[in-house]
Design a protein around this ligand. Structure first.
Ligand code: S3P
Length: 456
């Protein structure tokens, strides 16, 4: 019953997951990764103390905390229970930030790289952002090009397409009207953070609305950010530069992207009931819940508190979710579904492999630019486990009704693939080997411990 990579073992090469007879449990998830990054980064801009409760304790968040420290800000770790952490950030404010002495290490974190590039572009200092081998393969032209429209100076390897990124900051930047090249909350947020240091109003139009945590959190901190009524050409956000970001305490909700693994586990397992407490259900983040429901997943939702500190559109709604064994059926995902559930698509592919009928996913090309090529990785892993997956360019067809049998899978050092294949192992016959499972701790330290806990 136990994984060969017991919780606590630092860098196991494989985790062996055996099928579970029943799944039962009541879980609290790590703090939301996107909100944790933003809470740290905005606390660095705000003069004074900001308390962050329940932040994610994954390696990505530690990368952002390290960058905050490198700018001369004090980040105290108040409490740490192994998966969430409370921080006290004491900042001199934006004008007191110090030019970093060393290269800023974003580790595996694309969010750290893109958001800090935008923020640093409007600070009077030079900084270099770098990371691990995976991060060095991730595209940055998507931020460099729009930031240059604002007068920002950034350079990157391979004709400004790949990290490391050198940012020669300058203040003020000039405002711009930007249409993002791909629907990406990271790109939108990089521009919003640069726009704080620009003269005049910057607008950003994206073809499909992406997660709006940056907008909500800026509003809560006193910055005027407007989301304009949707027209035919997408969603536009407007921000006037020059305002101050005020210090604010933040309570981080449970990570809905982490919850998705257990929602799928509960839905595909024949004898399951799992409750997930305090999950963030922001309308721009909850697509995986709604797509699973469209597939027939029995998911109950009991509204929790809002984390709103100021105003109703500034906080984050939460809910307790209960999932039970379900008879799933295939659905079609279009490019806007992919954008809305970008991090959950791999585990939704697992649900599709066990649903009735063929699930078709169109326009999933962005998945190739994540921590790994997730189209290649998920199709290789699910195929090894006995599913039938067809890839045609950026589209996938997953034929349902698979009987999964344990096999060797490779996470490609990608946390979301490691967790997807581990969940598959709960329902596959025999033993499933998850290669490079330690990557789970990028967003979910304690994942393998929770996997063992929910075996009734
Ligand atoms: C994130 C946005 C998404 C997502 C990533 C976190 C964020 O990336 O994949 O895990 O916090 O803004 P893109 O917006 O680039 O798709």
């Amino acid at each position: 019953m136990t994984a060969a990579a017991p919780p606590g073992l630092e860098t196991p090469e494989v985790a062996i997951v055996r099928p579970a007879a029943r799944l039962r449990g009541d879980l609290r998830l790590p703090g939301d990764k996107s909100i944790s990054h933003r809470a740290l980064l905005l606390a660095a801009l705000a003069a004074g103390d900001s308390r962050i409760t329940g932040a994610g304790d994954g390696a990505d968040i530690r990368s952002t905390a390290g960058i905050v420290r490198a700018l001369g800000v004090t980040v105290e770790q108040a409490a740490d229970d192994g998966r969430t952490v409370d921080y006290l950030v004491r900042s001199p404010g934006v004008d007191g930030l110090r030019e970093p002495e060393w290269i800023l290490d974003c580790g595996n974190s694309g969010t750290s790289l893109r958001l800090w590039a935008g923020l640093l572009a409007a600070l009077p200092m030079t900084a270099i952002l770098d990371g691990d081998a995976s991060l060095r393969g991730r595209p940055v032209a998507r931020i460099i090009e729009p930031l240059r429209l604002m007068g920002a100076v950034l350079h990157a390897r391979r004709q400004d397409s790949l990290p490391p990124v050198t940012v020669v900051g300058r203040r003020p930047l000039r405002s711009a009207h930007v249409r993002t090249p791909v629907p990406s909350a990271q790109v939108k947020s990089a521009i919003l953070l640069a726009a704080l240091g620009a003269e005049g109003e910057t607008t950003i139009t994206e073809s499909v609305a992406t997660r709006d945590h940056t907008e909500r959190m800026l509003r809560a901190r006193g910055v005027a950010v407007r989301t304009l009524p949707e027209r035919g050409d997408g969603v536009t956000i407007a921000l006037t530069g020059g305002g101050r970001v005020q210090a604010l305490d933040e309570r981080v909700p449970g990570d809905v992207s982490a919850a998705a693994f257990w929602l799928v586990a509960g839905a595909i397992h024949p004898d399951a009931e799992l409750t997930l407490r305090g999950v963030g259900v922001n309308p721009t983040r909850r697509a995986a819940i709604d797509l699973l429901r469209r597939m027939g997943a029995e998911i109950e939702e009991a509204p929790g508190d809002s984390t709103a500190a100021v105003g109703s559109d500034a906080g984050e709604p939460t809910a307790d979710l209960t999932v039970r064994s379900s008879a799933l059926r295939a659905i079609d995902l279009d490019p806007s579904d992919v954008a809305a559930a970008i991090d959950e698509v791999p585990v939704l592919c697992l649900a599709a492999a066990l649903a009735e009928g063929t699930t078709r996913i169109r326009g999933a090309g962005e998945l190739r630019h994540k921590e790994s090529d997730r189209i290649a990785g998920v199709s290789a892993g699910l195929t090894a486990l006995g599913a039938r997956v067809e890839v045609d360019g950026d589209d996938l067809a997953i034929h349902g009704g698979a009987r999964l049998r344990g096999a060797a899978t490779d996470s490609l050092d990608d946390h979301r693939l490691a967790m997807t294949f581990a969940v598959a192992g709960l329902v596959a016959d025999g033993e499933t080997a998850v290669g490079r499972p330690a990557s789970a701790s990028i967003s979910y330290p304690g994942f393998f411990a929770d996997l063992e806990r929910i075996r009734a």
